[in-house]
Design a protein around this ligand. Structure first.
Ligand SMILES: *[C@@H]1O[C@H](CO)[C@@H](O)[C@H](O)[C@H]1NC(C)=O
Length: 367
């Protein structure tokens, strides 16, 4: 029975007009939470690993990247490809779940004071990463290529279905309805057709010559580039590509089943292909389960993937724990510092009428 099923499944790609074939790739930074998350996903074969083809780009090989996960390192050894540079981590600051472009974000809210969106100039890293993808050339075997962030929950089967019967043209997909800078392509998923990939590959030097790589985050750069070289942008409303909690701000819904993001726009529940951000394995898998799309995951599978993803601790996390354990001492030292600083201020008669300057309430999130 299983054999018959497998034989039938193997024939699926031959069926004309069937679900679109997806090639997915992610850039992964060593010694970050991303590594454990990917290991957990790989152990269950979900997310990126449900795409028809996939690759991982990093600056170290699989055995180094997955040094704490020998089985996964072995499983993925032919799928991790290296670029020779430091991989920056993109930083966004602002209260959790808010996006400055969201219509639901009240910029006058005290929560929001002092918070600004920041980007690191990560375009040079992505330039190398795309170059690697072009050199590998696997993208040619698939209808669409998706650059994915690790904290994005993708449901490839759903996305493939959405892309069935699209015209064979050079196109990429907007994934955002609100952006105060007019960039409707956000980084969690950057989806582009095969002909779009050929156009990008062949004309990318135009972009890298003409667009300032340091001025924008990589998603803004990609949009400007793809527009410049004539790849057609598919409007956000055409497919339900991305539900991003950052975009919806305080109105965001922390679930991954059918959603009505905005009753003024949508009159029926919408089924999205990608949900973002889910930065720990448990909530990522919870989201994946909520979509209701097979493959169905048992509680035992979820538990084992969560255990895998969070163990062993990375050096970074161990350092975090040391700080947490020494918190009383840290607080005490900070208190001493504060008293000393106040004394200094008073002695210099500099205590201003404005009172104490407060650190803005900012929650830094790794994107
Ligand atoms: C890889 O990138 C990280 C993050 O920028 C950096 O800390 C590390 O040194 C890099 N490793 C190599 C081998 O280039």
């Amino acid at each position: 029975m299983a054999m018959v099923l497998r034989a039938l499944l193997a024939m699926l790609p031959l069926v004309q007009g069937g679900p679109a074939k997806l090639y997915c790739w992610s850039l992964v930074t060593p010694n970050t939470y991303e590594v454990g998350m990917l290991a957990g996903m790989a152990s269950l074969g979900v997310g990126l690993f449900e795409c028809n083809g996939y690759d991982i780009v990093s600056n170290v090989t699989a055995d180094v990247l997955f040094k704490d996960f020998p089985d996964i390192a072995n499983q993925l050894k032919d799928h991790v490809h290296t670029i020779d540079m430091d991989l920056f981590v993109n930083k966004v600051s602002g209260p959790v779940g808010t996006d400055p472009s969201s219509p639901y974000t009240n910029p006058n809210s005290p929560l929001y004071q002092g918070a600004t969106m920041k980007h690191l100039a990560n375009t040079p890293v992505f330039k190398e990463a795309w170059q690697k993808i072009f050199n590998l050339g696997s993208f040619q075997n698939y209808d669409f290529t998706a650059k994915l962030d690790v904290d994005a929950v993708i449901v490839p089967a759903r996305l493939s279905g959405m892309l069935t019967n699209r015209p064979k043209v050079s196109e990429y997909f907007f994934d955002t309805l609100h952006d105060m800078y007019g960039n409707f392509l956000h980084g969690p998923i950057e989806l582009i057709s095969r002909l779009g990939m050929f156009a990008f590959r062949d004309a990318r030097h135009v972009c890298f010559d003409k667009i300032d790589q340091m001025a924008y985050g990589e998603d803004f750069f990609a949009k400007q580039c793809w527009d410049m070289i004539g790849i057609k942008a598919v409007p956000t409303m055409d497919i339900r590509l991305l539900y991003d909690k950052y975009e919806w701000g305080t109105a965001s819904q922390n679930r991954c089943d059918a959603l009505v993001p905005d009753p003024a726009v949508f009159h029926e529940p919408q089924y999205y292909a990608v949900f973002h951000p889910y930065k720990d394995m448990a909530s990522w898998l919870q989201c994946r389960r909520e979509t209701g799309v097979p493959k169905m995951l048992s509680d035992a599978q979820v538990q084992s993937a969560v255990a895998l993803a969070t163990k062993p601790l990375t050096l970074y996390e161990q350092m975090g724990q040391v700080v947490a354990r020494r918190r009383p001492a840290v607080v005490f030292l900070a208190g001493v510092g504060l008293v000393a600083a106040s004394a200094l201020l008073v002695s210099r008669k500099r205590l201003s009428a404005r009172g104490v300057t407060q650190e803005p309430l900012v929650d830094e999130e790794l994107e």
